[in-house]
Design a protein around this ligand. Structure first.
Ligand code: ASP
Length: 322
């Protein structure tokens, strides 16, 4: 009898922990992951066979790593971060190493991440030498009371948190430099990831170097929660790519959620209608999304979008329009 209070104490602790993990029907939920590597002028004339081979190989490897981690029980949010780190380290993508250059010939990177369980989010913009901007965005989420840090403040936060940095030259690849020299108006290659984990939590993240030849200080949709990234366990997780100004103006990622939550639309319908609105204001691009039931969508209104998805029953990879 004298141990009863002790027993009650541990019982209470056990219950509290159980609740804070918030798995409803753990292990009954099947993991889903969808990634994009940017949308835009992606057709066989631009992406030749050799480049296509490298993109396919990269998308497959990254998707596979993310899916394996989800199967092992890692949280959707952590997986989104790991996947986007891989994209940032791969110079094929316009994120981290391989980012496009602004009008001054410099790299300024943006990233954001959001976890659907308590709608907590972190984002950074104007990042110049952090190796993995997505991890810095996650640190904003977990180690500050803020959502978005910009420019000097974000870069000094990176120093305070002692994240890995790289010399400026690391980010600028020959391909991006040649591209910048040609002053191409717009670039594809942004990285995005949405995931549903086996605990029933959704997460989304997006990382980009932005648009080629952009003005110094320009902020992309990938840094704006609700525009380029959104996740809410009540409905879905969304990541965008394309002409960021239009995804901001149409609050695109949140719009997908809102159409479902308040308009009763399904995932696919919401994504399609949101893209129509983006198109209406003159924008183009693509969206990837997964809902809490594990349905997923990858849609775009450009020539192509690097995209891949994996569930227990599906393995999908696409580059050009079908
Ligand atoms: N959305 C990004 C931006 O506007 C670019 C992209 O996704 O390609 O910066």
């Amino acid at each position: 009898m004298k141990y009863l209070p002790l027993f009650a104490f541990f019982f209470l602790i056990a219950c509290t922990q159980e609740e804070s993990i918030r798995p409803t029907t753990a292990n009954a939920i099947k993991p889903v992951i969808v990634i994009h590597g940017g949308a835009g002028l992606i057709n066989p004339n631009i992406v030749n066979e050799e480049l296509e081979f490298y993109y396919r190989k990269s998308l497959e490897t990254i998707l596979d790593s993310g899916y394996t981690l989800l199967e092992e029980g890692m949280s959707a949010e952590k997986v989104v971060e790991m996947v986007l780190k891989m994209m940032e380290d791969d110079s094929l993508y316009n994120a981290g190493r391989g980012s496009v250059l602004n009008s001054k010939g410099r790299v300024e990177m943006d990233a954001s991440i959001m976890s659907g369980d308590i709608r907590k989010a972190g984002a950074v913009t104007g990042i110049v030498n952090t190796k993995n901007p997505i991890s810095l965005a996650r640190l904003v989420k977990d180690s500050t009371q803020h959502v978005l840090l910009c420019g000097d403040g974000a870069n000094s936060f990176a120093r305070t948190m002692q994240v890995d940095t790289m010399p400026i030259d690391y980010f600028i690849t020959g391909r991006r430099h040649r591209q910048w020299m040609k002053l191409r108006q717009k670039k594809y290659g942004t990285g995005g990831c949405v995931a549903l984990d086996i605990h029933g939590n959704l997460a989304a993240g997006t990382s980009t170097g932005g648009m080629s030849d952009k003005l110094k200080g320009r902020v992309s949709d990938a840094a704006i929660i609700g525009a380029g990234t959104y996740a809410d366990n009540r409905q879905c997780a969304v990541s965008a790519t394309g002409w960021g100004e239009h995804f901001i103006r149409n609050v695109a990622a949140y719009q997908v959620f809102a159409r479902m939550e308040y308009g009763g639309q399904g995932l696919s319908e919401s994504v399609a209608n949101t893209l129509l609105e983006v198109q209406e204001t003159g924008g183009d691009g693509g969206l990837i999304a997964v809902d809490r039931q594990g349905n997923w969508v990858a849609k775009f209104n450009t020539d192509g979008m690097f995209r891949a998805a994996r569930t227990p029953d599906t393995l999908y990879l696409g580059i050009f329009a079908e």
